[in-house]
Design a protein around this ligand. Structure first.
Ligand code: HEC
Length: 137
């Protein structure tokens, strides 16, 4: 009896997580505190403040948004085309992209080799989500 109830509790939790994290239990495991350290690799080119572009666009409100449409930033054609062709930044998509951005969008201008470790990607995604990157309400 007790064990059954525990199982039900776990199922309930992962269902709630599914709603919060757009259906991806795997991507719920990132640690934003560790992600802040990983984000230092992005900071030369990206900030989280809205409308502040550096070498790369602001990542404010990035989740849920079409790729390559941030106002005031000139994207490369390959990157903008990827958005026009339907690329939208979900956590899952960013997880794949960050492994090797140049392979994910050939010809894009982001001069970054990528994050090979899956946990680094999960952590930095959690950091971005919790620091202004979450989809606008
Ligand atoms: C050397 C500079 C540089 C670094 C480092 C860098 N980026 Fe970028 N990033 C760019 C540029 C430039 C673009 C625009 C690409 C284009 O237009 O082809 C971009 C685009 C992006 C986009 C797409 C935004 C959109 O609205 O379509 C995301 C997401 C992103 N970067 C995330 C990251 C993350 C996360 C890191 C760190 C793990 C990182 N970048 C590291 C320069 C950089």
């Amino acid at each position: 009896m007790v064990r059954l109830r525990v199982v039900a509790g776990v199922v309930g939790l992962s269902l709630a997580g599914g709603v919060l994290f757009t259906g991806s239990a795997a991507l719920a495991e990132g640690d934003p505190a560790k992600g802040q350290r990983v984000f230092r690799q992005c900071q030369a080119c990206h900030v989280m403040q809205e409308g502040m572009h550096r070498v790369g666009p602001s990542l404010h409100g990035v989740f849920g948004r079409q790729a390559g449409v941030v106002e005031g930033f000139r994207f490369s054609k390959p990157h903008a085309d990827a958005g026009t062709n339907g690329l939208v930044w979900t956590e899952e998509v960013m997880f794949d992209y960050l492994e090797n951005p140049r392979r994910y969008i050939p010809g894009n201008r982001m001069a970054f080799a990528g994050l090979r470790r899956p946990q680094d990607r999960l952590d930095v995604i959690a950091y971005i989500r919790e620091n202004g990157g979450a989809a606008a309400e």
